[in-house]
Design a protein around this ligand. Structure first.
Ligand code: FAD
Length: 292
């Protein structure tokens, strides 16, 4: 099923993003966790794509497990990093063979140790080119990344927004935002996209913070603002990691509840493979969904 078909009025789509573990034991652990995740009835689960190295095929393996063994819609992330056009073509064929029907089409982050994204030889420079290639291949629903505070590499917010709109128009079925901690940024950006005539669902991506250093690092990488209230709150629990994570989860839940009241199309949880946040957020979103 194309994920786009899951969006209906007054029924926010709940999705969970996982990352592929690096070891076979890690993959087994995640598959065990997925049994509980399935019980929380997410509309779909997405699996990120590494910048290189050994986890790239694991993305496909976990997506196939989610789809085939658990009967849940899966979305495989795919990036332009280090892939030629021919390789992308082959990867799309493999995803299709595994029954994967949805792809999050991304340019991708540079591999560790590399400062900037480098266009691969005979590969794509921007996500928009990958989107067009996936569209040409047919068969797939397409999600794209969105930037409520502007993309970190864009010279300014307006340029980021312009590229965002072009990318959506190139063939996105829906947009999932980068993490943000100030709802007003998301709502302002959603309004700007609506004013530009964008009609596909625009979904907030929320990451429950685990600690002040962790969220500081993530936010610096992607150019998101960490409000003082969240940072100071997390710092108070520096010596108690579990309490800090609980504080971060409560902050995220408040954010999500306010967004649901604003009528967002869905909630995408950056779960970091943690069951605690999945349990809490699935129960919260469930309360805002009408009967099937
Ligand atoms: P693009 O849309 O191509 O944008 C990249 C930059 O290029 C932007 O600054 C944009 O303004 C600029 N740009 C676009 N078009 C043009 C143009 N024609 N001329 C000049 N500049 C242009 N990364 C991973 O590596 N793996 C993942 O699995 C992954 N999953 C993600 C999931 C979500 C929901 C989100 C929000 C992000 C994810 N990322 C992932 C991170 C993403 O790869 C990075 O944010 C990356 O820096 C940009 O990817 P993009 O697809 O948005 O790129």
């Amino acid at each position: 099923m194309r994920i786009a078909e899951q969006f209906r009025p007054n029924r926010p789509v709940f999705s969970i993003e996982l990352f592929p573990p690096k070891t076979p034991e890690g993959v087994d652990n995640l598959k065990a966790k997925l049994n509980e995740i399935a019980a929380h009835r997410p509309d779909y689960v997405s699996v990120t794509y590494g910048a290189g190295g050994g986890t790239r095929h694991t993305t496909r393996e976990i997506c196939a497990h989610i789809k085939q063994a658990l009967g849940i819609e899966a979305m495989a992330h795919l990036t332009c990093v280090a892939h030629s056009r021919g390789e992308i073509h082959d990867l799309l064929a493999m995803l299709k063979n595994e029954g994967i029907e949805n792809i999050m089409a991304l340019r991708g982050d540079p591999p560790q140790g590399q400062e900037r994204f480098v266009q691969p030889e005979d590969g794509f420079a921007y996500a928009i080119e990958l989107i067009r290639a996936i569209r040409d291949a047919g068969e797939f629903g397409i999600g794209v990344a969105g930037y409520p505070e502007g993309h970190v590499e864009a010279p300014d917010y307006e340029t980021s927004l312009r590229h965002q709109i072009e990318k959506i128009r190139a063939g996105a079925d829906f947009v999932v935002s980068q993490l943000f901690m100030v709802n007003d940024y998301f709502l302002r950006w959603r309004d700007a996209l609506w004013r530009a005539g964008i009609t596909v669902p625009i979904v907030p991506g929320i990451l429950p913070a685990l600690s002040a250093p962790q969220i500081g690092r993530f936010a610096a990488l992607c150019g998101a603002q960490v409000p003082d209230a969240l940072r100071v709150g997390l710092e108070r629990f520096e010596a108690h990691p579990e309490s800090a994570a609980a504080y971060g989860l409560v902050y995220a839940m408040r954010q999500i509840e306010a967004l649901l009241k604003e009528g967002v199309a869905g909630v995408h949880l950056y779960a970091l493979n943690r069951l605690e946040s999945i349990r809490a957020v699935s129960a919260l979103v469930e309360g805002y969904r009408g009967p099937e």
